[in-house]
Design a protein around this ligand. Sequence first.
Ligand SMILES: [Zn+2]
Length: 265
Amino acid sequence: MVSLRLREKLFCRSRGSCYWIKMSRSVNRIVTIGLVALLPACASTRHAAVKDTTKTFKTVVVDAGHGGKDSGAYRRYGPPEKLVTLDVAERLDHKLRESQLKTVMTRSSDVFIPLDERVNIENSQKNAIFVSVHFNDSRRRGVRGFETYYHSSASFDLASRIQEKLMSIPHSANGGVHTANFRVLRNATCPAVLVECGYLSNRNEGNLARDSEYRELLADRIAEAIVEQRYGAGVYHGSTQVAAQPSQPNTSTGSTELAPVGGHR
Ligand SMILES: [Zn+2]
């Protein structure tokens, strides 16, 4: 997450940006001492041998962040992150299959999948890449924008391409491409990226995330980046249903809108 002063990274644990853990300074100090002791153990697992399949891959492992008991980011005026990640992931899965790529989803329903199981799924595929879909959260409501994360150098081009395609969405904000030590990236043996599709904590991006047409647009841009990464520019043919401009957030009660679930927590 973005409020770095209040959040400290646990090197041996993994999370998306939404997995930063809030700690006081004194706790930070204690944890830091503990982490120094743990570093040698981490070092042995930090550098998975990554095969660069970005020009040859036939399979895309599509990872919908969170699920089940893990709701991810949650705001009372919008759906929890786990539902919007699943919806974008399913749309992405569909578009990739239409583009003749094989896909594997780490989850296709609202279930909890431990991070290590996600890593096992991504590493069990031959000649694959891994794309994890998340939405972001910040205590500062004004923070907005797309961010894409990677760990291995083999994943950089894919991360950059996804970020670039997302930035083609009008009025979008660029949070940048960054390295991250998230477990699903760090332990991947294939190129792996994690996409933060905007901030649910931001009123505008949170409202957009509720709109099915906007989620279709997000999936379309990510799919375009993946297909171009594999086959080159101009090959991807997106859905004709995707609008050139993001529509206004859908305030109707149509069936495509994701209603908040679980009530106020
Ligand atoms: Zn997340």
